[in-house]
Design a binder for this molecule. Structure first.
Ligand SMILES: [Ca+2]
Ligand SMILES: [Ca+2]
Length: 350
């Protein structure tokens, strides 16, 4: 090997091999620096992501706790007055802004709200409280005629379209594979021949959203019917809380349904206030209404028939929709179903 000739650098003689070695060390040092810088950037990014995630999880947990506080408050109101033999829109679980509107908890607040149609003003309004599921029609217990009437009221359907949709719902959950009407309904054959086939349930609905699997029910139809139907309760509708739409679907004419709502509302004609009238027993429905208003003999017969078949004065399942909000505007809605005894039987977070 030929020895390298020394060069003069900064007034000193340095061999070329030393210069080359120093250059190599410098390059390695520069590469190391670059790699360390890149690593630092990546590490910084990952740490920031982890911190953001941790913050979001922390916020989510805070929101859940706030919503749980709202639901706990609802349970207190639902369990209030256990000896009472009836439930009505004047109860503290139903329309109680003091307990349920914008209640501060820690860094946030909760509200339990629902839409209510004010018959006096003709305008839907927001009310603060819970909704009893017995104010709705139980699709696991009801009959074809009731659903048919409901769909004629809330959907732009004629008699035949409404009957077909009602039949599709009943055939979805009944145990047999027989079509309940000759045309328009659906059983296993229909669902198994769809582009993306699935099996007909042939058992009770377990959540209301299951309706979206039934022939003829898309998002639009579901949105229009979901507030009038339920899967909870024994099947009887609470005459103290049902809407005019539900009362008509049960087979009452508009005049009778209207008088029931007017009777309930009391002198101020607003439901959920202190002057409300209530039916404390099913046996009171016909006599009290007959005393307050004039009905034809056929109307009395109609009212008596519907009362015997479909009406009650109690509710045992309550929809509690708790909206939690933090000051930074993050929010969480928890939907739950609470039994009369306070037991939570359904929970969904949105
Ligand atoms: Ca079936
Ligand atoms: Ca009133």
């Amino acid at each position: 090997m030929i020895p390298l000739k020394p060069i003069k650098l900064y007034g000193q003689l340095i061999s070329l091999s030393v210069v080359k070695r120093s250059g190599s060390i410098l390059i390695v040092a520069l590469w190391s620096l670059c790699l360390l810088s890149a690593f630092a950037v990546i590490l910084n990014y990952q740490v920031r992501q982890a911190l953001t995630l941790a913050k979001r999880l922390d916020q989510r947990e805070s929101l859940r706790l706030i919503a749980e506080a709202g639901i706990a408050r609802a349970i207190i109101e639902i369990k209030n007055n256990p000896e009472k033999t009836y439930d009505s829109l004047g109860d503290s679980w139903s329309n109680n802004p003091g307990a349920f509107q914008g209640v501060s908890v820690g860094e946030g607040e909760f509200s339990l709200a629902y839409r209510y149609f004010n018959k006096k003003t003709g305008i839907p309004e927001t009310r603060y409280g819970c909704v009893d599921e017995e104010s709705k029609i139980n699709i696991n217990k009801t009959e074809l005629k009731v659903l048919e009437r409901l769909f004629r009221i809330v959907l732009p359907y004629n008699e035949s379209q409404a009957r077909e949709l009602a039949a599709c719902i009943l055939d979805w959950k009944d145990a047999d594979s027989d079509l309940s009407i000759p045309d328009g309904s659906a059983e296993h054959f229909y669902y198994s021949n769809l582009v993306f086939p699935y099996t007909v349930k042939n058992a009770d609905f377990e959540i209301i959203d299951e309706l979206l699997l039934v022939k003829g029910i898309d998002d639009n139809v579901f949105e229009k019917i979901k507030d009038y139907v339920t899967i909870y309760g024994e099947g009887r509708v609470n005459v103290n809380t049902a809407s005019e739409v539900v009362l008509c679907a049960l087979g009452l004419d508009e005049d009778i349904a209207n008088k029931i709502i007017l009777y309930r509302a009391g002198e101020d004609e607003i439901e959920g206030t202190s002057d409300d009238n209530v039916f404390v027993a099913s046996s009171e429905i016909v006599p009290r209404l007959s005393q307050a208003y004039t009905f034809s003999p056929s109307q009395i017969e109609q009212l008596s028939g519907v009362a015997v078949l479909f009406l009650s004065v109690n509710s045992n399942n309550f929809l509690v929709k708790a909206a939690a909000r933090l000051k930074g505007n993050d929010s969480l809605v928890v939907c739950s179903i609470i039994k009369r005894n306070g037991k939570i039987i359904y929970w969904r977070e949105n």
